[in-house]
Design a protein around this ligand. Structure first.
Ligand code: PBG
Length: 336
């Protein structure tokens, strides 16, 4: 920094405010930009043919049934959003300790993928691979001897990935944090001839309190016994995130993700500068609800904070952001 400031001279010859003086200069010197191309919209699915249900801890977000899905997603397509991420709310009667519904080729996720692929062939579909929406204990894997069992879980996850890809999911996004799952899922996809199915790995996923509203949305919060600290990362760690990313890349991840987003911008920046690969952030449910809740109370100005928060991810080095604000942000960007 000392070197930089001497190279650039000082006040009064130097006045940084000059480049901020007019809108046209501000636009010319802007170092980053945000567009609808950067946004991925996460969507909650529900069974049956009923009306969409509001998610109370995430104002403005809904669980949508298959018969309303095409219209619901049409808004994102019109606004030029490249991809959506699907998450199923599984009825309790379909949950069991093994998460069997995850590998049913006619489950909600696969049915939604088939509907969407036939209606919007050019829209990217991202499928969450993990067992928590389907297990009665709410964990992302299967339990053996009181522990979430790594290797047995991966076998189920690999089958889950294959049936999702066969139903039309373009990008498998494993969010389970088992060791070695990227390599085994890649092998299973390749074995099934699905060599072009992409892998967006939740590489650095932290054991975070910011997932609370998401678990309400899927009805997995009541189910969850204990916490996920034996597989998701400790928020105290940063070097470990680089090891996670390195392993996932070596195992075949095409894109990596850091999650949550805003409290972990430092991790995003380290991942991007270290590996120079497509890096994504998930602005998770709790981040959405904090911002949205404050907006709804009149404490924050939506015209300012929604795009500012998303721009921060671009500045940190993200290629794109999974955000519940995707549609609202794309509409704002279009209005200019
Ligand atoms: C499940 C999963 C979670 C999220 C995405 N996939 C929750 C969890 O790990 O408990 C969180 C997303 C959000 O909070 O918006 N494996």
């Amino acid at each position: 920094m000392t070197q930089l400031s001497s190279a650039f001279g000082t006040y009064p010859a130097v006045r940084l405010r000059r480049n901020r003086a007019d809108d046209w200069t501000r636009r010319l010197v802007a170092e980053n930009s945000l567009s609808s191309d950067d946004l991925i919209w996460p969507i909650f699915l529900k069974e049956g043919s009923g009306k969409s249900e509001a998610v109370s801890s995430m104002p403005g977000q809904v669980r949508v049934s298959l018969n309303e899905l095409t219209d619901h997603v049409g808004r994102a397509v019109e606004l030029g959003i490249p991809a959506i991420a699907l998450f199923p709310a599984t009825p309790v009667e379909k949950k069991d300790s093994e998460g069997s519904e995850a590998v049913n080729p006619d489950n909600l996720m696969c049915s939604a993928a088939r509907v969407l692929k036939s209606t919007y062939p050019a829209l990217g579909l991202i499928g969450d691979v993990a067992l928590d929406p389907y297990t009665d204990h709410g964990h992302d894997g299967v339990i053996r001897g009181g522990q979430v069992a790594n290797d047995e879980s991966i076998e189920v996850l690999a089958r889950q990935a294959v049936i999702q890809a066969q139903a039309g999911i373009d990008t498998i996004a494993p969010s389970d944090m088992m060791d070695g799952r990227i390599g085994q899922i890649r092998a299973a996809l390749d074995h099934a001839g699905l060599i072009d199915t992409r892998l967006m790995s939740y590489a650095a996923k932290y054991a975070s309190g910011f997932y609370g509203p998401f678990r309400d949305a899927l009805g997995s919060s009541g189910a969850l016994k204990g916490d996920k600290r034996t597989y998701q990362m400790d928020p105290a760690n940063s070097d470990e995130a680089l090891r996670e990313v390195a392993l996932d890349l070596r195992e075949g991840a095409d894109m990596v993700m850091v999650k949550p987003g805003m409290p972990y911008l430092d991790i995003i920046q380290r991942v991007k500068t270290t590996f120079a690969v497509p890096t994504f952030a998930y602005q998770v449910s709790g981040e959405y609800s904090m911002i949205k809740g404050a907006i709804d109370h009149g404490w924050l100005d939506p015209d300012k904070v929604i795009l500012e928060a998303l721009m921060a991810f671009k500045r940190a080095g993200c290629s794109g952001i999974l955000t519940y604000f995707a549609v609202e942000a794309a509409a704002r960007l279009k209005r200019g």
